[in-house]
Design a protein around this ligand. Structure first.
Ligand code: SAH
Length: 346
């Protein structure tokens, strides 16, 4: 019999499962709280359950707990980068960023990635597998326990393409925002995508209040194609229409991410095209100076170029911020820590 992945079960499903064992509904509430509020690391710690019920759960369920393999702490800004081991030997990474307004955790949605963006380290070894809802939640739980503080914001911007793991992502969102669990508001959750058009539209129809971030990285289809293979599948115009649709359906302002790559997408012409493309849209653009990875020869734009690019957008009436480069001293870019670990263990 296949084991029941108890930590990936939303509240309702857990209640049904507990009922199927002949237990009272309040047991589900207790178990959910042990897992999703108290974050215990074993079923044995659920001390208000009968011994018999605990034994039954241990026989029938998988109980996902991530193993902390490594943590690097930035001396610059307190950013922490975690490497976690999964039960099948895969490793993933997650990042804690400390802001004045609270603690934000950046999680991975897949082990590896199959999207192939040229400047990204997460995709160099391809996709290993999708993460389960429990594995996504656990990244937040383990970090919260490690620092002993509340996590107020979550961004799905680590390794992997969240909309390529769509069903598990939706269960994850439901559980993260459930009042019986961490109860994080949808508005404090951001999901970043390279632009899987049909999925963006499906997500829009759910009318959630999460923020959608689109990895844009170029202002023309031709340039985008050079950086992001996904552009072969969905033309930039289709992607932008899907983003408009997302805003129309949800009322949530879109975020566009634009990684500035020296000499590739950081010219005055790029800034001008970007301005005309985003003009009049209710959106925010986040400029990210590219974090060079050793497998590719992309370089960062000069500081002055970044500043000029930003000012050009501002003058064009666009909301823009340059992402603070947190944790640069600790393999800050997507997938770099994991990649280094995997190369070392080969
Ligand atoms: N698959 C999702 C999440 C990826 S990571 C997506 O494509 O949006 C979050 C952001 O970091 C994306 O915009 C991604 O393109 C960008 N990114 C990845 N590697 C980078 C690097 N080395 N330098 C700068 N930005 C990078």
């Amino acid at each position: 019999m296949e084991r029941f992945d108890i930590k990936s079960a939303p509240y309702r499903q857990l209640t049904e499962y507990v009922a199927s064992l002949g237990e009272k509904p309040f047991r589900a509430k207790q178990i959910y709280e042990w897992m999703h509020v108290k974050h215990v690391t074993s079923i044995d710690e659920m001390t208000n359950l009968s011994k018999n019920l605990r034994e039954q759960l241990k026989e029938q369920c998988t109980f996902t707990v991530l193993k902390q393999i490594d943590v690097q702490i930035s001396k610059q800004d307190g950013t922490r980068k975690y490497l976690f081991g999964l039960s099948d030997g895969n490793v993933i990474e997650s990042v804690l960023m400390r802001y004045k307004h609270g603690n934000s955790v950046c999680i991975s949605s897949q082990a590896g990635c199959r999207m192939g963006c040229r400047f990204c380290a997460s995709t160099l070894d391809g996709l290993a597998r999708n993460l389960t809802p429990a594995e996504m939640l656990e990244q937040i739980y383990r970090i919260g326990c490690d620092i002993g503080e509340r996590i107020s914001n979550v961004v799905v911007m680590g390794s992997g393409e969240p909309l390529d793991n769509y069903d598990n992502l939706l269960v994850f969102i439901r559980m993260l925002t459930d009042e019986h669990g961490l109860n994080i508001s949808q508005r404090n959750l951001t999901v970043s995508t390279c632009g899987l058009v049909p999925r963006i539209r499906e997500l829009a129809d759910l009318k959630l209040q999460i923020t959608l971030a689109l990895s844009l990285h170029a202002s023309t289809q031709e340039k985008r194609l050079k950086l992001m293979p996904i552009a072969n599948k969905y033309d930039l115009s289709e992607v932008m229409e899907a983003c408009d649709y997302y805003f129309a359906q949800t009322g949530r302002r879109m975020t566009f991410e634009y990684s500035l790559v020296g000499g590739v997408n950081d010219t005055d012409a790029d800034a001008a095209e970007l301005c005309s493309m985003l003009k009049g849209k209710n959106c925010h653009i986040n400029l990210i100076p590219v974090n060079p990875i050793k497998e590719r020869d992309y370089v960062q734009s000069d500081r002055a170029v970044v500043e000029a690019f930003k000012q050009k957008l501002e003058r064009g009436g666009i909301n823009v911020t340059v992402r603070r480069e947190m944790g640069r001293d600790i393999d800050g870019a997507c997938g770099q820590l994991r990649k280094r670990h995997m190369d070392q263990s080969k």
